[in-house]
Structure formats: C-alpha cells, structure tokens
Design a binder for this molecule. Structure first.
Ligand SMILES: *Cc1c(COP(=O)(O)O)cnc(C)c1O
Length: 360
C-alpha cells in the first residue's frame, strides 16, 4: 500500500533530535512562553526574511489575530478566496466581519488578481489571500491592487512554508499567517501557528493579543486571547525548520516526476518562473475524479481530496453566500485529486503511482 501520508515515517528522521529537545524541556522547568518559543520565533523570522515572528496556538488563531489587530468595524468586508480550507473564511466570521468570496484563476487555483477589483466596495477593509497547495499567489499584482485601494493584505501561508514569489518569502508581502499543523510542510507534533510582520507596532499588538491582551503581568490593555505557541512544539519546530529546505526540495523533486511522467489526460499544476512552489499538495484534475480515486485505491494507492465540498456549500456557512455564483470553485472541488507527495515517499513510490494512474 502506498499511503497518502504517514506522519510517523515522515518524522522518523528527526526523532533523535526531538528527544534531545524533550530532555532540554524537562531540564528547563519552563513550560509556557520560554526560551524555546523565543528561539523558534527568531529563527523562523530570519528564515522568512521578516523582522518579527509571533508564535501562536494554531493557523486559525494566526488568521484571527491578524484580523483582530486591525480593529475593523463590524460587518467590514474581507475578500477571501472561494476555494480554500474553511479556516480562512472562519477567521473572518469569528471576528464579526463579512467574507466576500473571490474566484480563483483555474490555472493556479489561487485568487485571480483580475477578479479582485470588481468586489471592492466602500466597506472592503482587507484582502486575505491563500497560497493554496504551496503555490504562491501573484503577489505583485495583488499588492498593487491593495495599495491602490489602501487595503492591508493578509497572507494565509498555512500550505506554503518556504515558498517564494520572485525570490521573496510568502508572508512578507503583507502580514503572514502560518499553521504548523502536523501535516504541513513545516509541521509540529501537535497544533501550532505563527504570524510574521515587518511592523513593529503590530508585533507588539500580537504579543499582547496572544497573551490575554497583556504585556505586563496582570495588566490587560486589549481584549486578548490565550493563543500561545506551546514551548515543546516550538522546540520541535526549531528542529524541523533546519530540515525544511530539504523537505521542500524533496517534494519538488517528486513533483517533477509527476509533472514529467503523468499522461496529458490529467490536468497538472501549472509551473511559473516567478515562483518557487513547495507542493504541500500535488493535485491533478480529472472529470471522473471519484472513479479515478477508487481505481487507485483498488491498486493500493491512497489519495485525498482537497477539498470535497466548496466552502459556500458547507452546512456551517448556509445563508452567508449566494450558492450559485462560484462556478470555478465548484469545478475545482468536483475534479481535484491529491496524489501522495511527502518527505516519507521515495521516487520509486511516485513512479509506481505514475505507472498505475497512467493506466486509467
Ligand atoms: C491548515 C490550514 C489552516 C488552519 O491551520 P490550523 O493550524 O489547523 O488552525 C488555515 N488555512 C489553510 C489554507 C490551511 O491549509
């Protein structure tokens, strides 16, 4: 059986280093917001080329805090992609704001810059983009539109650690929100997230917001959260960060095999000179997606669907969006299939997938 992903195998090469960190953690006797969080924040900021990194409890929290920091009036409109993991949209709703869905470019699956302006109204307050599947959005175009409208940009980088757009790290164009959920390219061994910013005053705000709105113990200046990056997860992340470039290079090497060897019946991810894609997910599209998934499973190859239900059709979001106006998102959700591509897979695994799938 070729697994879609096996987290135990994926983390095996780092186990000895993790164990040293656990020893260090026990010796320190400091469990919340200590040296491990501090060290990881510094190294992740340096890795991304960003002045500040603030560790938080999850990717969803990173997005919520990013929006909270701006104090937008309630019901302000935030542009978000119509095809994304639901967390992006939930962050807007949790802040009492109104998500406005923008359709993707069907070639990249990312927010289509040419469709942004038509959604900007006097109530629009920010643009939230997602570097979906590990492919950077066209950030120059997006930042130009944002600047023209005086709108801040929040980048959901949960699937794009280490991805570059024109040699610049995602998350450094606007405000970067990261998730370190275990399956992500930079994954912890539990929940974790972070925000990166080049703005000193936002940095201070995030440090306060994640810690009950407090900078000085028992003095609360903001209506804050308990959303601190866990000390032990930060320690694991520092270990993993040292290997992130190798993990991404491995996934890119596997992606090259798919790109080269898959027959043209399948729509493959687009490739652009402008971006360094990190293939958190390698998806293909096919009109008979469900039959293809069953066929592969019958041949002992596991796949996933990212995602089976478009956000605007989710039960939780009924009544928020007009059901019938997101045909591109629907088409992607109907036809997309994610193939195995992880640090735990070998080129031989991928050749085996290719050989099987090309018989479909
Ligand atoms: C994983 C993910 C999130 C949420 O991250 P959590 O750490 O699970 O809260 C948000 N947005 C996208 C695009 C994601 O893939």
């Amino acid at each position: 059986m070729i697994e879609y992903e096996h987290l135990g195998n994926l983390n095996k090469p780092f186990e000895a280093e993790y164990k040293e960190k656990v020893e260090e953690f026990f010796r320190s006797g400091w469990y919340v917001l200590g040296r491990q969080v501090d060290a990881f924040e510094r190294s992740f900021a340096a890795y991304c080329g960003s002045p500040y990194c603030i560790g938080v409890a999850s990717g969803l929290d990173a997005l919520i805090l990013a929006l909270r920091a701006y104090n937008f009036p309630s019901r302000s409109e935030i542009l978000v992609p119509s095809n994304t993991y639901i967390a992006t949209i939930l962050s807007v709703l949790h802040c009492g704001l109104k998500p406005v869905l923008v359709e993707p470019d069907v070639a990249t699956y990312n927010m289509d810059p040419s469709k942004i302006e038509q959604h900007i109204t006097p109530r629009t307050r920010a643009i939230m983009v997602v570097h979906l599947y590990g492919k950077p959005c066209r950030m120059e175009d997006i930042m130009r539109i944002a600047h023209a409208g005086g709108l801040p940009v929040i980048e959901d980088c949960a699937q794009a650690h280490g991805a570059l757009y024109k040699n610049r790290h995602v998350g450094t164009f606007g405000l970067g929100a990261y998730s370190f959920y275990p399956t992500k390219n930079l994954g912890a061994l539990g929940d974790a997230g972070a925000i990166i910013t080049d703005d000193e005053s936002l940095n201070e705000t995030f440090r306060s917001l994640r810690n009950y709105g407090s900078k000085v113990k028992y003095r609360n200046d903001l209506i804050g959260f308990n959303s601190r990056l866990d000390e032990i997860q930060a320690a694991f992340l520092s270990v993993k960060l040292n290997h992130l470039d190798r993990i991404n290079a491995h996934k890119r090497m596997l992606a090259q095999i798919y790109l080269k060897e898959l027959k043209p019946d399948f729509i493959k991810p687009s490739v652009s000179e402008d971006s360094y894609d990190v293939y958190h997910i390698f998806n293909i599209r096919h009109p008979r997606r469900d039959a293809l998934k069953d066929f592969l499973l019958k041949h002992r190859i596991k796949t996933e669907i990212h995602y089976p239900i478009p956000p605007h059709r989710q039960q939780a979001l009924q009544g928020i969006f007009d059901k019938d106006t997101y045909p591109i998102s629907e088409e992607i959700h109907r036809t997309t299939l994610s193939l195995p591509i992880s640090y735990g897979h070998t080129p031989e695994d991928i050749y085996q997938v290719v050989e099987t799938i090309n018989k479909f």
